[in-house]
Design a protein around this ligand. Structure first.
Ligand code: 5GP
Ligand code: MN
Length: 346
């Protein structure tokens, strides 16, 4: 994949104040990509500030920039400051999101900001025309893999990953590792190439795996057992399984942000299950978070578009339902029945 970075290079050369924006409920790929971009820009002598709509899981805190002034700004802690930074920035770089609505609070601010707008993302493209420069590719594991390619193509890196520096390289590795579910899904030849090159310059693969993937509490593991044993509903007719996670259960198992990471993948280990869904009651009860996974050609991205106010990728998508958790099973079964075959397979 040849990436022409000259338009991005021109924007970065001119920009003094840069903001890096990730998506709501930031995951490893969102955090990895914004922090990798931060480290790259810092090494280039550019000051940038990371803005995230909502808090990130505790186990990712090692990705925080060391400089206290540069700590990631969370909109839910200080929305006014986030808006001020977006409005005043020379460049707004959005990473790991395909719609500005995924920033939850900042869509209008980004649209009306004077600075140049840049997108680097691996979701199915949706709003490329809203950006001055949009680098979008669905044929990669993660935004971090795409960003790795972009950075290697920059003149100052000149295809030498050692020039990225170890913090940048670690961030990129974390995003790729988490978005592939540790090399299980969405892995391309370029993904292994990236992993090999990053390990080659000293990224500690085992250390990162332990920090990021083996970081849970006893109660989280018990919650996972409870979900599989008591909550998983299998619908053989639709080759589908789903689980509901309520706020009551979250409290009983001392739920922390990130604790349900991976739950939705568990039913896919069953040979007869092709689609898996996890429905999680939001803390304030305002909506139900939807997480969808599928095998092979089954396209849950379009399923999420049509029935769950969301989107994502063919085999991994998410969205929201604005209804009580107790209404979800009936809605879900109706959606499965109404899912048109021509949208189901891609
Ligand atoms: P997860 O199930 O891990 O939260 O999300 C799976 C995929 O779906 C991710 O690529 C994520 O970006 C996307 N996704 C999750 N929630 C939403 C949503 O509310 N809207 C859209 N458009 N995509 C989502
Ligand atoms: Mn991603």
């Amino acid at each position: 994949m040849q990436i022409d970075t000259s338009p991005l290079e021109a924007i970065l050369n001119e920009a003094h104040d840069i903001v890096l924006v990730g998506h709501f409920n930031p995951d490893g790929d969102a955090l990895g990509s914004v922090t990798a971009a931060y480290h790259y820009l810092k090494a280039r002598g550019k000051r940038s500030r990371i803005i995230l709509p909502s808090p990130y899981p505790d186990n990712m805190s090692f990705l925080e920039p060391d400089d206290p002034q540069d700590r990631m700004l969370i909109c839910e802690n200080d929305l006014a400051e986030a808006r001020r930074l977006v409005t005043g920035a020379d460049a707004v770089i959005c990473l790991d999101l395909n719609r500005l609505a995924r920033t939850e609070y900042l869509e209008d601010d980004i649209l009306s900001a004077q600075g140049k707008k840049v997108l680097v993302d691996h979701h199915i493209p949706a709003e490329l025309d809203r950006f001055d420069v949009a680098i979008s590719d669905t044929g990669v594991s993660s935004t971090c893999e795409l960003l790795f390619r972009v950075l290697l193509a920059m003149p100052d890196i000149a295809d030498d990953p050692a020039r990225l520096g170890i913090r940048c390289a670690e961030s990129l590795y974390v995003g790729m590792m988490t978005d592939t579910n540790n090399f299980a899904n969405s892995v391309y030849p370029g993904t292994f190439d990236m992993a090999g090159r990053l390990i080659g310059i000293g990224v500690d693969k085992d250390g990162l795996q332990e920090k990021v993937l083996s970081c849970y509490s006893v109660s989280r593991t018990r919650l996972m057992g409870h979900m599989v044993k008591n909550k998983m509903v299998v619908l053989p007719r639709w080759k589908t399984a789903y689980m509901l996670l309520s706020n009551k259960e979250k409290a009983r198992y001392h739920f922390q942000p990130g604790d349900s990471e991976g739950f939705v993948n568990l039913p896919l280990a069953i040979a007869s299950v092709q689609v898996s869904a996890l429905f999680t009651e939001n803390a304030d009860g305002a909506y139900v978070r939807v997480s969808l996974r599928s095998k092979g050609r089954i396209d849950v991205n379009r399923f999420a578009n049509r029935f769950f106010n969301g989107g994502g990728h063919r085999n991994a998508a998410g969205g929201r339902l604005y209804m009580p958790l107790s209404d979800v099973p009936a809605y879900f079964e109706q959606a499965l029945a109404a899912w048109p075959d021509e949208e189901k397979f891609s």
